[in-house]
Each structure stands twice: as C-alpha cells, then as structure tokens.
Ligand binder design. Sequence first.
Ligand code: DGL
Length: 283
Amino acid sequence: MSDKKTKEKQPKNIIGVFDSGLGGLTVFKHFLESLPEYNYIYLGDNARLPYGEKSQDTIYEYSLEAMEFLFSRGCNLVIIACNTASAQALRRLQQEYLPKHWPDRRILGVIRPLAEKFANEKLNKIGVIGTKSTIGSKAYEIEIKKLNPKMKVEAISAPLLVPLIEEGWAKKPETKMILKKYLHPLKTKQIGALILGCTHYPYLLKEIKKIMGRRISVLDPGKIIADSLKKYLIEHPELNLKPAKEKTRHYFTTDDPKLFKDLGEKFLEHRITNIEQVKITDF
Ligand code: DGL
C-alpha cells in the first residue's frame, strides 16, 4: 500500500489521468502513443467502480479525493478520462476546488473535446451512449448545443455494458445481443455519428461499428481526446509541462493491483509495471 500524504507542494512535471477504474486506459493508450514524451500517473478508483450508477454528490466526493491524491503527487494537470466524473464533477472541481486548493494546476474532462469534434461536423443529428449518470446529466447535449444550437442529440444509457466488459465478457454472444438491443433504436433515428460517451465502450468499437453500419461514423474517443490534449499543451506553456528524459509511468489503483494488471493490459494493449495500491480517502 502506498504511503499516505506524500504532499508535493510544487508540480513535478507530471500529467495525471483519472478514471473510476480501468476504462480510462482506453484513453491513456492514446496519450502514450501521441504524447509519449511526458511523465504520467494513472489512477483508477477500482474499489468504488462503477461511478455510473452513483449520485452526483458521491461522484463529486470521490473525484475530489482523486484530484487531491494526484495533485499531492505532483501532477501539474489532471485529465478526468471518466465520462461520468467529467459530466457530474468536473465543473465544480474547476470552479470551487481548484482556485481554493491548487490555483496553479488544471483539470480537464473528456466531454468538451468530444463535443467540439462532433458539433462541427456537417450533421443534423448525433447519437450518444453512456452510463445512466452521464446520460441523465445531459452533459453531451449541453456542450454540443453550446457549440451548435441546431444539432439534435439522441442519447441513451447502456448500463449493462460496463459490468460485462469488466467481467471479461466483451466477446461473448450475450454481450453482442445486448449491444444490438441498445443500438438498434438509435439506428432508426437517422443519426450521422455516434459518440462513445463511456471509457469502456472503445473496447467494443469493432462490434459497435458493425452494428451501426457504414453510414454512421463511430470514432475512437481516445484519439480525439489525445489530439485535443496535444493542442492544449501547446496553448498552455504556463503549466510548465516539459518533455521528460526519464518518461515515468506510474499506475495506482484503489483495489487489488493484480486484478488491475490482468484486465488493464487488455485495455491498454501494453504491459503494466510500476503499479501500487493506494487509499485515496486519506488525502
Ligand atoms: N469510467 C466510466 C465512464 O466513462 C464508466 C465506468 C463507471 O461507471 O464507473 O463513464
């Protein structure tokens, strides 16, 4: 178990990536591909997953603890890779928590970059799938309509997919059947593109594309988020994030590191070393 209260007062040239569990690795994979020159800490709150079924207050409280841990470890910037936490906690963290506790650090989410990418496409209607909490928050509709008030949004929650993927059932025929059941209603709504508004769904990307057919564009969100982060880093030199010689990657989980490693390597498509269990409620 990692030492508690290792408080770094100064940022240490590290990008933090936070998710409720392993799903954020589908985003982190693209950071490692597009921006390999930085130091990273990945934190998965596996012990308390899923966030997608929890209340806004609980998601805020958990996310705040995660931020406190990552900033205490010296992260200059944290990306909340989790759609649910981005939808339910990001704004409050940016507006209330950061200015008071870590005014020189920054927190970004995943909804804005995805909304930016799709709101500017020449489409009349777009689909979104996500957890109950993300869809209930209407965060995607709100962001897309800010950028393109004419765009129509059809959003549905697909709550069974996260547990099926976590259980290692992604390739099972039962999962394909459930996926079809969720997606078929969207196919009849004349959407031009589908946003995968949950960290776990890229794991089913091939199958989702197959079901939606050629006319509906389904992109890997991780790539879009990595491109947006690249741009953000260029535009924000004041964050002092510099290419690092040692290029450290450190993984933390609030649950069993072995479980994290086993499934995590499938999400990341890469070996995971340097992994520790941590209790973030102490930060
Ligand atoms: N990471 C969450 C998301 O992207 C999915 C898993 C969960 O419900 O915690 O919404």
